[in-house]
Ligand binder design. Sequence first.
Ligand code: 13P
Length: 255
Amino acid sequence: MRKLIIAANWKMNVGPKETTDFINSFTALLGRKCEHTDIVLAPPFVSLPAASEKLSEHPLVALAAQNVSQHDSGAYTGEISVLMLKELFTHYVIIGHSERRSLYGETDEIINAKLLKARQANIKPIFCIGETLEERESGRLESVLRTQIEGGLKDLTAKDMTDTVIAYEPVWAIGTGVVATAEQAQETHAFVRSVVKDLYGEDIANKVRIQYGGSVKPGNAAELMGQPDIDGALVGGAALDPQSFYDIISNSAPE
Ligand code: 13P
């Protein structure tokens, strides 16, 4: 049985002060229904120190960064290294989000270098993949995802794979209010798991957690999380409000 993992990707929202307020309100809501879920918050870099300090009192909630450099240190203006994230007790990092791919030109090679760097530092990657509407409608869904998965995971060991979470986020469902149907999402998650099986074997494929992302809300979370190959969610807009993020988690809890 894979443990659910539900993560909030705040993107470029929620500064340090708001982060403290969010965590105060959110952690006050946490109760029995959250015990069976790994809960992760991914604030912007500047809010990580405030989040790290507040979450030191709350072992149930882990911290993620939204990006990381593939380099260790040096002349990379504006970049943040894995060691800097470690100092702030950041246990996860989102890598290869579609916004990083489309707006900042991140290729499968760059994403792969970041994944390997995160694992060297023992940080768990949340590795994002997903197709555009045009790719899905022209019948290229599986080839696009296979290329992203094979490219992103190149040279990652089996042990590192078990510490990696995959987030399947169809680009057409991100921030649009259009959610993949539970059936569409399940079918695609099963395909993603089959690619992991081709690369790492059945045992590891059965262990790897695959999150769904794209317009997840309190109202659709239970149906999505009820699918056999959906092991959690990566939530954008609906995770900006503590009550809404809590409702997604509690509505997803196994009965
Ligand atoms: P929304 O939940 O706002 O659609 O964003 C999804 C996402 O991109 C999470 O990484």
